[in-house]
Design a protein around this ligand. Sequence first.
Ligand code: MG
Length: 454
Amino acid sequence: MKKKVTWLAGALLGLLLVMSFMRSGQVRSADAADKPNIIILFCDDLGYGDLSAYGHPTIRTPNLDRMAAEGMKFTNFYSGSPACTASRYALLTGRFPVRSGFEWVLYPKSERGIHPREWTLAEGLKSAGYATACYGKWHLGTTKKAYLPLQNGFDEYVGLPYSNDMLPPQHPPIALMEGNDTLQLNPDQAQLTALYTERAKAFIRKHKAEPFFVYLPYAMPHVPLHPGEKFAGRSPRGTYGDVVEEIDWSAGEILELLKAEGLDENTLVFFTSDNGPWIIKNELGGSAGLLRDGKGSTWEGGMRVPGIARWPGTIKAGTLQLQQASTLDLYTTCLALAGQSPPIDGRSVDGRDISALLHGKQDTTLADRPYFYYGPHVLQAVRKGPWKLHLITSSQTGRDYFNGKLPLLFNLETDPSEQYGLSDARPEIVQELMELAEQHKRQAAQEGSFWGKE
Ligand code: MG
């Protein structure tokens, strides 16, 4: 009997020791070792052409360039929408914006927000044992507590709950929030990028012994532009360049910390943007490079954005990824990496698991899947393989580049700038894509949103 008690006490002591080691960050449990940490760096209104890695001649982004060189650079990566709110919805739910049941941009007093029945990426990762944090722009509803980050899967939140230009006198004073509370009204925006970066670093340090998810949706380069003191006036590209170079610094800080903490090989970092550049802001807006138009438009410049994935030991350094993918896929992929599946209750989840691509494998089933480009509530274009068909076009500039001619067909591989319309030359492809669009519209209308089912 006595022997049994001693053995039991020994085993308990051993278990306590292992647990204390794990807590102190020395040992990561076998289960946790299989689940990579996930960090999503999410810019606001950064265009396809705004990083030196994507060809910008005067904006210096050495950290992001190195991240691309050490990982995978996507050239056909899409945000879920050309507008802020709808794009964030798509990233966090893996669903096309039409399924959200709310406007494509929410304002401080908008009635609706993310429906409580949506199952966000943070909720999925949290239920897989991840520590979760969001530092930055939320923009998925503020008028009810249920819409805020802490009620949608995040353990921690610090940030502005909507766009940095929604300010008095048209709007109430903007709050810098911590959790569900106001930390400060009308904060100095020049300090936001540094603040979000420091909070993200502290969270990583604190949770390095367990799987963690950090979502860092920067306030900028959305206008108004407020670079930090150390960056103001430094970039040859002007204030826009200053702000992007500060975001590059932020990414560098996080990557350096991962290296210093020995977390490089079990952390997937993904860098992208919520939509294309705000070109109607002239020099204060960014550049879509060789792509047409920008934010608010379903021309390529509105939705095709930089996409950089880094995960040393898994993603082969220097990979150029031409396969079309999107932020919706990040949802499904990150859940899969955490051993989770999207909900199977009949709701559509539109993102696909693209982890095969990250592992350097081919996934032929990805090549021909369609991608749908949404304007406000409306399906405006569809892409399949190299072909893109515009059913409706729009631009914040007010320009109609093809004098009302619709539908417009382009081959995005031979003509990424959408200059040479092929709808007359390839009627059979127009027909095929029209049918795909109709099918999708019917399905989306039939399914509706959770809001419609109250
Ligand atoms: Mg935006």
